[in-house]
Design a protein around this ligand. Structure first.
Ligand SMILES: C[S@@+](CC[C@H](N)C(=O)[O-])C[C@H]1O[C@@H](n2cnc3c(N)ncnc32)[C@H](O)[C@@H]1O
Length: 334
């Protein structure tokens, strides 16, 4: 019998939304890796160029300087806390109260006074007036909601005419070639851990995720699933082992999500009412490539120097059309 089938038949499963499934339990959902928000900016790190290029992407694509922006699903404050210094005000809305608390704490630590974070229960209407934002940014969040098309409808409602939405999203094509089923083990404290099983229907643009919480450490679970391996893979799972560990399983959750491709997103955006839908190149990838071409002695030494170099170029990159089949970032204009 298939493992997922066995879980469905033998374990008491609770269905939940993604905020409950995972985001409420994470101290940092970025692993505290974000430059500026968690780490000092280092102009000699390619990933810091990429992240800075991405912040400037959201800023340029929404034309967000000195404007009022909404960040849908900010996680640890990404991109809201990066773009806040350039905007009049940015408001982050997240379905996970834990994430809202983390964003608020990060804003306070950074001394950011024009970024506000609000909790909205998953699936509820946004608590804002019609046409009350100049721009909206959404990073890997629309596909985490119970009904992504309804989420786009709400975003459209709160955006002013000619306002721009800039979306980063996780389409499933990148998981082709054997990654349709994967697992991830994470520690929750010292004596508890979670096994997440991802089941990806790439053609159907949907995922099902099963989260099994065990009363044992991550190391103990890894050793039980695959003796001698610290990072077990889906292929290491067996019904026999899970059955033997059954008494250690204290919680079983399932979360089903839509993961639209760029083509599906573009269709939804048009149906919701956006007048222009523009799949484009993105500032993060551009900045990462530029890093490789700038000799060390010509690299800007600090973040202001890098911004001065990047911003005009990123402004061009976000206007350049990219093939929709590559699932690029999308700008939608109301
Ligand atoms: C993959 S994380 C992305 C976080 C951040 N934007 C980033 O790129 O690092 C998804 C975020 O969306 C939030 N989220 C999930 N469902 C939501 C909903 N229905 N409404 C608002 N936020 C939601 C999660 O709590 C989480 O913070």
């Amino acid at each position: 019998m298939d493992i997922v089938h066995w879980i469905e038949q033998n374990l008491p499963i609770t269905s939940c939304t993604s905020d409950v499934f995972i985001y409420d339990d994470m101290e940092s959902q970025s692993g505290q890796s974000l430059p500026v928000i968690y780490k000092p900016f280092d102009a000699n790190q390619a990933s810091h160029w990429q992240d800075r290029g991405q912040i400037l992407d959201y800023l340029c694509a929404t034309d967000g300087r000195e404007k009022r922006l909404l960040d849908f699903g900010p996680g640890d404050g990404w991109p809201s806390l990066g773009i806040a210094p350039f905007t009049k005000e940015v408001i982050g809305v997240d379905a996970s109260m834990k994430r809202v608390e983390v964003c608020r704490a990060n804003a306070a630590r950074l001394g950011t006074t024009n970024a506000y974070f609000v909790h909205i229960p998953a699936g509820e209407a946004l608590p804002f007036d019609d046409e009350s934002f100049d721009g909206v940014v959404a990073a890997s969040s629309i596909e985490q909601t119970p009904d992504p098309k309804a989420t786009l409808r709400e975003i459209y409602r709160v955006l002013r005419p000619q306002g721009r939405l800039r979306i980063w999203y996780e389409a499933l094509n990148r998981y082709g070639g054997g990654r349709e089923r994967e697992i991830w083990l994470s520690a929750i404290g010292h004596c508890t851990c979670r096994l997440i099983i991802y089941v990806r229907d790439i053609a159907g643009e949907r995922t099902e995720q099963y989260g099994l919480t065990f009363r044992m450490s991550r190391e103990e679970l890894a050793a039980s699933l695959a003796p001698g391996k610290s990072e077990p893979t889906y292929g290491d799972l067996s019904i026999k082992t899970l059955d033997n560990l059954r008494l250690q399983i204290v919680d079983v959750r399932k979360c089903a999500l839509r993961h639209p491709s760029a083509k599906t997103l573009a269709t939804w955006l048009e149906e919701v009412g956006f007048s222009e839908v523009l799949p484009t190149h993105d500032g993060g990838t551009f900045a990462r490539r530029l890093y490789d071409h700038v000799p060390i002695d010509r690299r800007p030494s600090d973040i202001d120097g890098l911004d001065a170099v990047l911003e005009p170029l990123v402004g061009i990159a976000v206007e350049l059309a990219a093939p929709i089949g590559l699932d690029p970032m999308i700008t939608a204009v109301k």
